[in-house]
Design a protein around this ligand. Structure first.
Ligand SMILES: Nc1nc2c(ncn2[C@@H]2O[C@H](COP(=O)(O)OP(=O)(O)O)[C@@H](O)[C@H]2O)c(=O)[nH]1
Ligand SMILES: [Mg+2]
Length: 447
């Protein structure tokens, strides 16, 4: 079936040295040739210099490079052209317009990758890795998604699927042809299932780290009014983002900023109107929201004012953040210290860091501490799973656990098939269309 030809800018909007427009589909070459006039013969997969031609106005309007890819040797697996004019959105959109005029259709977000998936160029896991690679917030996240794109997870899943499939086939053959003497060794079967289950649980354990590396580790600044939360927020980010005032409780909304420490992204959140001893409904609401934020975060930075004694507000926050991963900061170390670090350590069971947002004393120590304490160990094999993949793996694990508890061979075979189905779903072999649509429409490439 000849697919319609799609076109879209492949680079982000904005000005720069160059930009790229991509075309894919059966008419990609003929449409591109109307707009791009190469100096020489068109050779596939070669960088060609040429001029951009406006066939409506009969003028040349730019020059640059073009690459023509013959199906199936292209990103999408279809005939594809990449045009690289100068980086001006006016030029980019004129090329897109002309391509549409010549018969192409504007691509939907993610459609190039969707076509690559449909044409067997990549499975669903790799397609998702493309999106993660573009969205990753830190270098570690980039490395991780690139490794995923290379197929590290896909290969693991394929391997699992193979071993479950051969177990299922063996079982089913034994059931269907009982007199052929196919002996199913139950202990070996159990062992195979148990091993598969173990490998799945191992993959499931990667979820959190992957999320942290790709999206960043969220940390909420917690402390009574005037403890110095906003000052620390600013000092960490080295810019005056949050409003620092002498009137307690003045920061009105949540501020989120990204902080990269050695290639790892942290999302630091400065809370609004956090007052653990609320005076009115607004402050009560602020506190409710802060509590939700704390629950959802990966950890908290508990800020104490070192220049004044502990107050009920401090104790309340300590109680509220009990069991949460945290760093305790004794701030305002440039002033005479009233709080005793030993007492804080005794109260909270962990040694506080002594800092000053004003002089920046101790902030470097804080950065090192964050990097070393908040990231769960880096995954040794550079694997991760996203929440969609986690659901499929959980489903597979449930089937395998069920299989281990069963006696009748028919029933065990059925559970194995269920587990294989869940893995197929993960790889996109049998994923329903609406799920695929929602996955690919998230892509920002080609938008
Ligand atoms: N001396 C001193 N003052 C500080 C320090 N950190 C914050 N402050 C002051 O404490 C007050 C409250 O700070 P702010 O960051 O707005 O506190 P928040 O309510 O917790 O966000 C301001 O007057 C700050 O200048 C510090 O390290 N040393
Ligand atoms: Mg503040």
């Amino acid at each position: 079936m000849p697919e319609d030809t799609i076109v879209a800018p492949a680079t982000a909007q904005g000005r720069g040295a160059i930009s790229m427009v991509r075309l894919s589909g059966s008419e990609a070459f003929s449409i591109a040739k109307k707009i791009f006039r190469p100096a020489g013969k068109i050779l596939p997969r070669r960088v060609l210099y040429g001029k951009f031609y406006d066939f409506q106005e009969n003028t040349f309007f730019d020059d640059g490079m073009g690459i023509f890819y013959r199906s199936p040797r292209s990103y999408t697996g279809e005939d594809m052209v990449e045009l690289t004019p100068h980086g001006n959105p006016v030029i980019v959109w004129r090329i897109v317009e002309l391509a549409v005029e010549a018969g192409a259709r504007l691509a939907r977000p993610g459609e190039f990758t969707y076509r690559a998936f449909l044409n067997g160029k990549m499975d669903l896991v790799r397609a998702e890795a493309v999106e993660d690679l573009v969205e990753a917030q830190s270098l570690e996240g980039v490395k991780l998604s690139f490794s995923q794109l290379q197929g590290s997870l896909s290969q693991k899943i394929e391997g699992l699927r193979e071993s479950l499939l051969s177990a299922a086939v063996l079982l089913e053959t034994g059931i269907e042809f009982p007199d052929q003497g196919i002996e199913i060794e139950r202990p070996r079967l159990q062992e195979a299932i148990r091993e598969a289950l173990e490998r799945i649980e191992e993959l499931l354990s990667l979820f959190e780290t992957g999320k942290q590396l790709l999206e960043g580790i969220t940390l909420v600044l917690v402390g009574k009014p005037n403890a110095g939360k906003s000052s620390i927020f600013n000092a960490l980010l080295e810019e005056e983002r949050a409003i620092v005032t002498e009137v307690p409780g003045t920061t009105r909304d949540f501020l989120r900023e990204k902080l990269i420490i050695d290639g790892v992204a942290f999302i630091i959140i400065d809370t609004a109107g956090m007052n653990p001893v609320p005076k009115d409904e607004i402050e009560r609401e602020g506190m409710r929201r802060a509590e939700l934020l704390i629950q959802e975060s990966d950890g908290v930075l508990l800020v104490l004012d070192g220049s004044s004694p502990l107050e009920p507000a401090d104790r309340k926050l300590m109680k509220m953040t009990e069991g949460k991963k945290k760093v305790v900061l004794i701030n305002k170390a440039d002033l005479p210290l009233v709080l005793s670090p030993e007492e804080i350590k005794r109260l909270l069971g962990l040694p506080p860091l002594i800092v000053s947002a004003k002089t920046r004393e101790g902030l470097e120590k804080l950065r090192v501490f964050l990097k070393e304490n908040f990231l769960k160990a880096l995954p040794p094999q550079k694997l991760y799973i996203n929440s969609r993949q986690r659901i499929s793996l959980q489903k597979a694990a449930r089937h395998l656990k069920e299989a281990l508890a069963l006696q009748a061979e028919e029933l065990i075979a059925e559970q194995l098939r269920g587990a294989i189905g869940a893995l197929d779903e993960l790889l996109g072999k049998i994923t329903p269309g609406d799920i695929l649509n929602s996955i690919f429409s998230r892509f920002c490439i080609g938008k």
